[in-house]
Design a protein around this ligand. Structure first.
Ligand code: 8YV
Length: 325
Protein backbone atom coordinates (compact mmCIF):
# COMPACT_ATOMS: atom_id res chain seq x y z
CA UNK A 1 0.00 0.00 0.00
CA UNK A 2 1.31 3.42 -0.98
CA UNK A 3 1.36 6.16 1.68
CA UNK A 4 -1.41 8.77 1.34
CA UNK A 5 -0.78 12.47 0.79
CA UNK A 6 -3.02 15.49 0.35
CA UNK A 7 -2.35 18.29 -2.14
CA UNK A 8 -4.15 21.28 -0.66
CA UNK A 9 -4.52 23.45 -3.78
CA UNK A 10 -4.60 23.02 -7.55
CA UNK A 11 -1.19 22.35 -9.02
CA UNK A 12 0.51 21.44 -12.33
CA UNK A 13 -0.89 18.04 -13.51
CA UNK A 14 2.69 16.81 -14.07
CA UNK A 15 3.37 17.27 -10.35
CA UNK A 16 0.29 15.22 -9.44
CA UNK A 17 1.48 12.50 -11.85
CA UNK A 18 4.89 12.48 -10.23
CA UNK A 19 3.38 12.23 -6.73
CA UNK A 20 1.00 9.46 -7.89
CA UNK A 21 4.00 7.27 -8.80
CA UNK A 22 4.78 7.03 -5.08
CA UNK A 23 1.63 7.94 -3.17
CA UNK A 24 -2.14 7.66 -2.99
CA UNK A 25 -2.93 11.29 -3.80
CA UNK A 26 -5.98 13.31 -2.85
CA UNK A 27 -5.85 16.46 -4.98
CA UNK A 28 -7.86 19.68 -5.17
CA UNK A 29 -7.77 20.54 -8.88
CA UNK A 30 -11.05 22.46 -8.47
CA UNK A 31 -8.93 24.75 -6.26
CA UNK A 32 -11.57 25.08 -3.54
CA UNK A 33 -10.43 27.09 -0.53
CA UNK A 34 -11.05 24.73 2.38
CA UNK A 35 -11.94 25.98 5.83
CA UNK A 36 -10.07 24.65 8.85
CA UNK A 37 -12.57 21.84 9.56
CA UNK A 38 -12.62 20.59 5.97
CA UNK A 39 -8.83 20.76 5.71
CA UNK A 40 -8.53 18.71 8.90
CA UNK A 41 -11.14 16.20 7.69
CA UNK A 42 -9.28 15.73 4.39
CA UNK A 43 -5.99 15.27 6.24
CA UNK A 44 -7.30 12.20 8.06
CA UNK A 45 -5.13 9.21 7.21
CA UNK A 46 -2.61 11.33 5.29
CA UNK A 47 1.08 11.16 6.18
CA UNK A 48 2.05 14.15 4.08
CA UNK A 49 0.55 17.38 2.81
CA UNK A 50 1.61 19.64 -0.06
CA UNK A 51 0.74 23.22 0.98
CA UNK A 52 1.06 26.43 -1.02
CA UNK A 53 1.63 29.02 1.66
CA UNK A 54 -1.97 29.81 2.60
CA UNK A 55 -2.80 26.76 4.71
CA UNK A 56 -2.26 27.25 8.43
CA UNK A 57 -0.54 24.38 10.23
CA UNK A 58 -0.80 24.85 13.99
CA UNK A 59 -1.05 22.89 17.24
CA UNK A 60 -4.83 22.49 17.00
CA UNK A 61 -4.65 21.04 13.48
CA UNK A 62 -1.73 18.77 14.38
CA UNK A 63 -3.64 17.40 17.38
CA UNK A 64 -6.43 16.34 15.04
CA UNK A 65 -4.04 14.73 12.52
CA UNK A 66 -1.88 12.25 14.45
CA UNK A 67 -0.74 10.38 11.30
CA UNK A 68 0.71 13.48 9.66
CA UNK A 69 4.54 13.39 9.32
CA UNK A 70 5.45 16.13 6.84
CA UNK A 71 4.10 19.45 5.52
CA UNK A 72 5.87 20.54 2.32
CA UNK A 73 5.31 24.23 1.53
CA UNK A 74 5.52 25.39 -2.09
CA UNK A 75 6.83 28.76 -0.91
CA UNK A 76 10.04 30.06 0.60
CA UNK A 77 8.07 31.96 3.27
CA UNK A 78 6.58 29.70 5.94
CA UNK A 79 4.67 32.04 8.22
CA UNK A 80 1.69 29.70 7.70
CA UNK A 81 3.61 27.08 9.74
CA UNK A 82 3.86 27.11 13.52
CA UNK A 83 7.33 25.54 13.53
CA UNK A 84 7.63 25.02 17.33
CA UNK A 85 4.23 23.26 17.34
CA UNK A 86 5.26 21.11 14.38
CA UNK A 87 8.56 20.20 16.02
CA UNK A 88 6.78 19.34 19.29
CA UNK A 89 4.40 17.08 17.34
CA UNK A 90 7.33 15.47 15.47
CA UNK A 91 6.06 16.77 12.11
CA UNK A 92 8.65 17.81 9.53
CA UNK A 93 8.31 21.20 7.81
CA UNK A 94 9.96 21.95 4.47
CA UNK A 95 9.91 25.10 2.31
CA UNK A 96 11.00 25.94 -1.24
CA UNK A 97 14.03 28.26 -1.09
CA UNK A 98 16.57 29.25 -3.78
CA UNK A 99 14.56 28.25 -6.86
CA UNK A 100 12.56 31.52 -6.75
CA UNK A 101 15.29 33.94 -5.70
CA UNK A 102 16.09 35.53 -9.07
CA UNK A 103 12.46 35.56 -10.30
CA UNK A 104 11.26 37.29 -7.14
CA UNK A 105 14.12 39.81 -7.31
CA UNK A 106 13.09 40.53 -10.93
CA UNK A 107 9.57 41.40 -9.75
CA UNK A 108 10.96 43.54 -6.93
CA UNK A 109 12.95 45.51 -9.46
CA UNK A 110 9.96 45.69 -11.81
CA UNK A 111 7.88 47.27 -9.04
CA UNK A 112 10.71 49.63 -8.11
CA UNK A 113 10.96 50.86 -11.70
CA UNK A 114 7.20 51.00 -12.30
CA UNK A 115 6.73 53.00 -9.10
CA UNK A 116 9.62 55.42 -9.64
CA UNK A 117 8.61 56.05 -13.28
CA UNK A 118 4.84 56.09 -12.58
CA UNK A 119 4.13 53.39 -15.17
CA UNK A 120 0.69 52.23 -13.92
CA UNK A 121 -0.61 55.74 -13.38
CA UNK A 122 0.52 56.98 -16.81
CA UNK A 123 -0.84 53.90 -18.58
CA UNK A 124 -4.24 54.37 -16.92
CA UNK A 125 -4.19 58.02 -18.08
CA UNK A 126 -3.42 56.98 -21.66
CA UNK A 127 -6.06 54.20 -21.70
CA UNK A 128 -8.64 56.64 -20.39
CA UNK A 129 -8.08 58.79 -23.50
CA UNK A 130 -6.74 61.70 -21.45
CA UNK A 131 -3.48 62.17 -23.41
CA UNK A 132 -4.06 65.06 -25.77
CA UNK A 133 -0.76 66.95 -25.53
CA UNK A 134 2.84 66.61 -24.31
CA UNK A 135 3.88 68.73 -21.37
CA UNK A 136 7.27 69.20 -19.69
CA UNK A 137 6.19 67.84 -16.31
CA UNK A 138 3.79 65.13 -17.40
CA UNK A 139 4.36 62.05 -15.20
CA UNK A 140 7.81 63.14 -14.13
CA UNK A 141 9.10 60.58 -11.66
CA UNK A 142 12.43 59.89 -10.01
CA UNK A 143 15.63 58.37 -11.40
CA UNK A 144 16.65 54.81 -10.74
CA UNK A 145 20.18 54.81 -12.18
CA UNK A 146 22.69 56.30 -9.76
CA UNK A 147 20.09 56.61 -6.97
CA UNK A 148 20.44 55.15 -3.46
CA UNK A 149 18.75 51.78 -3.05
CA UNK A 150 17.88 50.76 0.52
CA UNK A 151 17.21 47.07 1.10
CA UNK A 152 15.57 45.95 4.32
CA UNK A 153 16.18 42.21 4.72
CA UNK A 154 19.38 41.06 3.05
CA UNK A 155 18.82 37.34 2.58
CA UNK A 156 19.00 35.55 -0.76
CA UNK A 157 16.32 37.68 -2.47
CA UNK A 158 17.59 40.95 -0.94
CA UNK A 159 21.08 40.18 -2.27
CA UNK A 160 19.67 39.43 -5.73
CA UNK A 161 17.88 42.82 -5.70
CA UNK A 162 21.14 44.48 -4.58
CA UNK A 163 23.08 42.93 -7.49
CA UNK A 164 20.53 44.28 -9.96
CA UNK A 165 20.76 47.77 -8.48
CA UNK A 166 24.53 47.91 -8.09
CA UNK A 167 25.65 46.13 -11.25
CA UNK A 168 22.77 46.94 -13.60
CA UNK A 169 21.87 50.49 -12.63
CA UNK A 170 24.93 51.89 -10.87
CA UNK A 171 22.95 52.43 -7.67
CA UNK A 172 24.53 53.02 -4.26
CA UNK A 173 23.19 50.10 -2.23
CA UNK A 174 22.66 50.34 1.51
CA UNK A 175 21.02 47.62 3.59
CA UNK A 176 19.78 46.77 7.03
CA UNK A 177 19.37 43.24 8.34
CA UNK A 178 19.14 41.42 11.65
CA UNK A 179 22.77 40.40 11.17
CA UNK A 180 25.43 42.04 9.04
CA UNK A 181 26.73 40.10 6.02
CA UNK A 182 30.35 38.99 5.97
CA UNK A 183 32.74 41.31 4.12
CA UNK A 184 33.08 39.08 1.04
CA UNK A 185 29.27 38.88 0.54
CA UNK A 186 28.93 42.64 1.10
CA UNK A 187 31.59 43.21 -1.56
CA UNK A 188 29.95 40.81 -4.03
CA UNK A 189 26.67 42.73 -3.91
CA UNK A 190 28.34 46.13 -3.47
CA UNK A 191 26.25 47.00 -0.41
CA UNK A 192 26.95 49.01 2.74
CA UNK A 193 25.42 48.12 6.11
CA UNK A 194 23.52 50.95 7.86
CA UNK A 195 21.11 51.33 10.77
CA UNK A 196 17.37 51.14 10.08
CA UNK A 197 16.74 54.87 10.52
CA UNK A 198 19.71 55.78 8.30
CA UNK A 199 18.35 53.47 5.60
CA UNK A 200 14.95 55.15 5.63
CA UNK A 201 16.46 58.65 5.69
CA UNK A 202 19.03 58.10 2.91
CA UNK A 203 17.33 55.80 0.40
CA UNK A 204 15.67 57.06 -2.77
CA UNK A 205 14.07 53.65 -3.25
CA UNK A 206 13.42 51.08 -0.53
CA UNK A 207 12.78 47.37 -1.08
CA UNK A 208 11.39 45.19 1.75
CA UNK A 209 12.26 41.48 1.75
CA UNK A 210 12.12 40.61 5.45
CA UNK A 211 10.68 37.21 6.51
CA UNK A 212 7.32 37.78 8.20
CA UNK A 213 6.80 36.85 11.87
CA UNK A 214 5.30 38.37 15.02
CA UNK A 215 8.62 40.23 15.46
CA UNK A 216 8.63 41.74 11.96
CA UNK A 217 4.91 42.73 12.00
CA UNK A 218 4.64 46.40 10.95
CA UNK A 219 8.40 46.78 10.51
CA UNK A 220 7.38 49.82 8.50
CA UNK A 221 4.85 51.99 10.35
CA UNK A 222 4.16 55.74 10.63
CA UNK A 223 7.55 56.34 12.29
CA UNK A 224 9.60 54.76 9.51
CA UNK A 225 7.47 56.36 6.80
CA UNK A 226 8.09 59.77 8.41
CA UNK A 227 11.85 59.19 8.01
CA UNK A 228 11.52 58.77 4.23
CA UNK A 229 12.48 61.50 1.74
CA UNK A 230 9.42 63.22 0.18
CA UNK A 231 10.33 61.74 -3.22
CA UNK A 232 11.27 58.24 -1.97
CA UNK A 233 9.48 55.08 -3.07
CA UNK A 234 8.95 51.83 -1.18
CA UNK A 235 8.40 48.32 -2.57
CA UNK A 236 7.14 45.30 -0.60
CA UNK A 237 7.76 41.80 -1.97
CA UNK A 238 7.85 40.06 1.42
CA UNK A 239 4.54 39.80 3.26
CA UNK A 240 1.77 42.37 3.60
CA UNK A 241 2.00 42.50 7.39
CA UNK A 242 5.50 44.02 7.20
CA UNK A 243 3.88 47.41 6.47
CA UNK A 244 1.18 49.23 8.39
CA UNK A 245 -1.01 49.71 5.31
CA UNK A 246 -3.26 52.33 6.87
CA UNK A 247 -0.22 54.51 7.72
CA UNK A 248 1.22 53.96 4.23
CA UNK A 249 -2.06 54.85 2.51
CA UNK A 250 -2.29 58.02 4.61
CA UNK A 251 1.26 59.10 3.66
CA UNK A 252 0.64 58.34 -0.03
CA UNK A 253 -2.66 60.22 -0.04
CA UNK A 254 -1.00 63.24 1.55
CA UNK A 255 1.87 63.07 -0.96
CA UNK A 256 4.39 62.76 1.88
CA UNK A 257 6.36 60.09 -0.06
CA UNK A 258 6.85 59.48 -3.77
CA UNK A 259 5.02 56.18 -4.20
CA UNK A 260 4.76 52.52 -3.32
CA UNK A 261 4.88 49.23 -5.22
CA UNK A 262 3.10 46.41 -3.42
CA UNK A 263 2.93 42.72 -4.35
CA UNK A 264 1.70 41.57 -0.93
CA UNK A 265 -1.10 42.81 1.34
CA UNK A 266 -2.16 42.58 4.97
CA UNK A 267 -5.47 40.82 4.29
CA UNK A 268 -4.80 39.36 0.84
CA UNK A 269 -6.52 38.55 -1.43
CA UNK A 270 -8.54 41.49 -0.03
CA UNK A 271 -6.83 44.80 -0.75
CA UNK A 272 -7.27 47.82 1.50
CA UNK A 273 -9.73 50.15 -0.35
CA UNK A 274 -7.63 53.14 0.71
CA UNK A 275 -4.76 51.78 -1.42
CA UNK A 276 -7.04 50.97 -4.36
CA UNK A 277 -8.16 54.61 -4.46
CA UNK A 278 -4.61 55.97 -4.83
CA UNK A 279 -2.74 56.75 -8.03
CA UNK A 280 0.80 56.76 -6.65
CA UNK A 281 0.86 53.04 -5.86
CA UNK A 282 1.54 50.08 -8.16
CA UNK A 283 -0.39 46.97 -7.07
CA UNK A 284 0.19 43.35 -8.16
CA UNK A 285 -1.58 40.22 -6.81
CA UNK A 286 1.32 38.37 -5.09
CA UNK A 287 3.09 37.38 -8.31
CA UNK A 288 6.69 37.61 -7.09
CA UNK A 289 7.51 34.01 -8.03
CA UNK A 290 5.01 33.77 -10.88
CA UNK A 291 6.89 32.54 -13.94
CA UNK A 292 6.17 29.09 -15.33
CA UNK A 293 9.71 27.71 -14.84
CA UNK A 294 9.94 29.05 -11.29
CA UNK A 295 6.49 27.88 -10.16
CA UNK A 296 7.34 24.49 -11.71
CA UNK A 297 10.66 24.39 -9.84
CA UNK A 298 8.93 25.33 -6.56
CA UNK A 299 6.29 22.63 -7.05
CA UNK A 300 8.95 20.04 -7.94
CA UNK A 301 10.93 20.94 -4.84
CA UNK A 302 7.85 20.56 -2.59
CA UNK A 303 7.06 17.19 -4.25
CA UNK A 304 10.70 16.07 -3.92
CA UNK A 305 10.60 16.93 -0.22
CA UNK A 306 7.56 14.64 0.22
CA UNK A 307 9.20 11.84 -1.80
CA UNK A 308 12.64 12.28 -0.24
CA UNK A 309 11.33 12.22 3.31
CA UNK A 310 8.48 9.70 3.14
CA UNK A 311 10.37 7.19 0.96
CA UNK A 312 13.98 7.67 1.98
CA UNK A 313 13.95 9.72 5.21
CA UNK A 314 15.88 12.47 3.38
CA UNK A 315 14.05 15.76 2.73
CA UNK A 316 15.89 18.31 0.57
CA UNK A 317 15.09 21.55 2.40
CA UNK A 318 13.97 20.83 5.99
CA UNK A 319 13.10 23.70 8.33
CA UNK A 320 13.08 21.70 11.57
CA UNK A 321 15.68 19.00 10.88
CA UNK A 322 15.66 18.08 14.58
CA UNK A 323 12.57 15.93 14.01
CA UNK A 324 14.71 13.71 11.75
CA UNK A 325 17.02 12.75 14.62
C1 8YV B 1 4.30 32.05 -3.25
C2 8YV B 1 5.85 33.44 -1.81
O1 8YV B 1 3.78 32.11 -4.51
O2 8YV B 1 7.46 31.72 -1.76
C3 8YV B 1 6.85 32.59 -1.12
O3 8YV B 1 7.09 32.79 0.08
O4 8YV B 1 5.41 34.40 -1.28
C4 8YV B 1 5.37 33.11 -3.18
O5 8YV B 1 6.45 32.70 -3.96
C5 8YV B 1 3.21 32.19 -2.24
O6 8YV B 1 3.70 32.00 -0.96
C6 8YV B 1 2.10 31.19 -2.48
O7 8YV B 1 2.62 29.90 -2.45
Amino acid sequence: MKPSVLVARAIFPAILDKLAEHFEVEANQADAIWGKAEFMARLQGKVGVFTTGGERIDAELLLGCPQLRICANMAVGYNNFDIPAMTAAGVLATNAPDVLTETTADLGFTLLMATARRVSESEAFLRAGLWNKWSYDMFTGSDIHGATLGILGMGRIGQAVARRGAHGFGMQVIYHNRSRLDAATEASVNARYVGKEELFRQADHIVLVVPYSAESHHTVAANEIAWMKPSATIVNIGRGGLIDEAALAEALAAGRIGGAGLDVFEGEPRVNPALLALKNVVLTPHIGSATVPTRMAMANLAADNLIGFLLHGKPLTPLNAQVLA
